[in-house]
Every structure is written in structure tokens, then in C-alpha cells.
Ligand binder design. Structure first.
Ligand code: HEC
Length: 200
């Protein structure tokens, strides 16, 4: 016969990790005595609990955005219907805008620094659709054919620039001026890397 205390313990054994080993021993002895069968080892019970905890953590991890990629804005939807000439003009204007921002970006702080990073980030997200294949037919196109032949290498430089702009934004928001300036320098270094290989 299993006593009242053992039943209380049985509930705790299921619901309280901290008490598993000490409280459950008493219950196990009673259960073993009453049934003649051996109860589950406390260690195994703990393993089951840690497995349940691990499953919960993994499930939560899938719900919470963990990767910086998730923080990227969407590209401007107007790009999808632009003509080849419009694609080139728009990307040239954005390149020039970025150049202007970069000239003074390192000296910015607080909200101004965050705003600069936000504009850069949006432009770097937009560049990928702005270099759509169809823009090659525009007379003003100044990207080399290798940009499309080696699209993985070309677009990777835009993706690295996105991550640098994101790092600028995060650091500026956190008041981390050294981190912000470092990200500005990373971003600035990528201009020449790309122009040297993919631009006329
Ligand atoms: C991944 C490649 C890539 C990166 C990174 C890049 N550019 Fe460019 N940039 C190009 C290409 C390609 C063109 C030519 C676009 C066209 O005219 O078709 C260009 C054109 C330009 C132009 C000329 C625009 C015009 O009016 O003709 C400027 C200015 C410029 N980039 C500045 C920058 C600056 C500043 C950076 C860094 C902050 C940068 N670019 C980063 C590829 C890149």
C-alpha cells in the first residue's frame, strides 16, 4: 500500500526538478515495497528532465530571432517594376548617397549615427535587386559582366556590407562608439574591394 506522503512525493517527483533525487527516494522505496518492481533510477529521471529542458530551449530558440539576418529590412518593392535605365540610375544615386554618408559617418554619434546606418543598410539591401540581370541592357550600366558571371562573389560583398551597416546600427544604439567606428571602417573597406573587380 502506497502511503499519502508517497503520493504527494509522486506529484513532486513529476513536477519539481530540485526535489527529484531527495524526495523521490522515499517514494521509490514505498513503490518498490508495494509492487515488488524497481522504480526508475533518480539519475535517469534527471536525464529525462534535462532532455525535456533541452527540447524546450530548442523550441524557444526557433521562435526567437537569433541570427542578425532576421533584422534586415525588405528591399524597396518599387524595384521589381523598374526599367533597366531606372535600375542603373537608382543604384548610382544610392552609391553616391552612401559615399556622402561615409565621408562623415565616423564622426556621428547617437540618433544621427543610427540614422546614417539605417540608410546605408536599406541601400545595401536594395543593391541586390537593383543589379538584376536585366539592368545589363542599359547603356549607362557600369558594372562589368563578371558581376553576373560571379554573382556569388559580387553579392557576398553586398551581404558583408549589410552586416557591417547592421553592426553600425546596433553599436550606435548601444552607445558603443568604438564598435560603431570599427563597423564604419569595415564598410568603407568593402567599396574598393568591389569596385576593383566588378566595376568598369
Ligand atoms: C559589391 C559591389 C560594390 C560595393 C560594395 C560598392 N560598390 Fe559602388 N559601385 C558598384 C558598381 C558595380 C558600380 C557601377 C554601377 C553602375 O553605374 O551601373 C558602382 C558605382 C559607384 C559610384 C558611381 C555612381 C555613379 O554616379 O555612376 C559611386 C560613387 C560608388 N559606387 C560609391 C561606393 C561607395 C562609397 C561604396 C562603399 C561605401 C561602394 N560604392 C560600395 C559596386 C559596388
Amino acid at each position: 500500500m502506497i502511503g499519502r506522503d508517497a503520493n504527494v512525493n509522486s506529484r513532486r517527483c513529476r513536477f519539481s526538478a530540485a526535489k527529484v533525487v531527495s524526495l523521490c527516494r522515499a517514494r521509490d522505496r514505498e513503490i518498490e515495497h508495494a509492487t515488488g518492481r524497481k522504480a526508475m533510477e533518480p539519475l535517469m529521471r534527471l536525464n529525462r528532465l534535462s532532455l525535456a529542458a533541452a527540447v524546450t530551449i530548442i523550441a524557444l530558440g526557433n521562435m526567437v530571432p537569433l541570427h542578425a539576418q532576421d533584422a534586415l529590412p525588405a528591399p524597396d518593392p518599387a524595384i521589381a517594376s523598374m526599367s533597366p535605365d531606372e535600375l542603373v540610375t537608382t543604384r548610382e544615386n544610392k552609391m553616391k548617397e552612401n559615399g556622402g554618408i561615409l565621408r562623415s559617418a565616423a564622426g556621428l554619434t547617437g540618433a544621427a549615427a543610427e540614422e546614417a546606418a539605417t540608410t546605408l543598410l536599406q541601400n545595401y539591401v536594395d543593391f541586390i535587386p537593383l543589379f538584376d540581370q536585366r539592368s545589363q541592357s542599359a547603356l549607362t550600366n557600369s558594372a562589368l559582366p563578371i558581376a553576373w558571371e560571379d554573382w556569388a562573389g559580387f553579392s557576398a560583398l553586398f551581404e558583408q556590407s549589410q552586416q557591417a551597416a547592421l553592426a553600425m546600427k546596433t553599436a550606435a544604439g548601444a552607445g558603443d562608439q568604438a564598435g560603431y567606428v570599427k563597423a564604419v571602417e569595415t564598410l568603407g573597406g568593402l567599396c574598393g574591394q568591389c569596385h576593383g573587380k566588378y566595376r568598369l
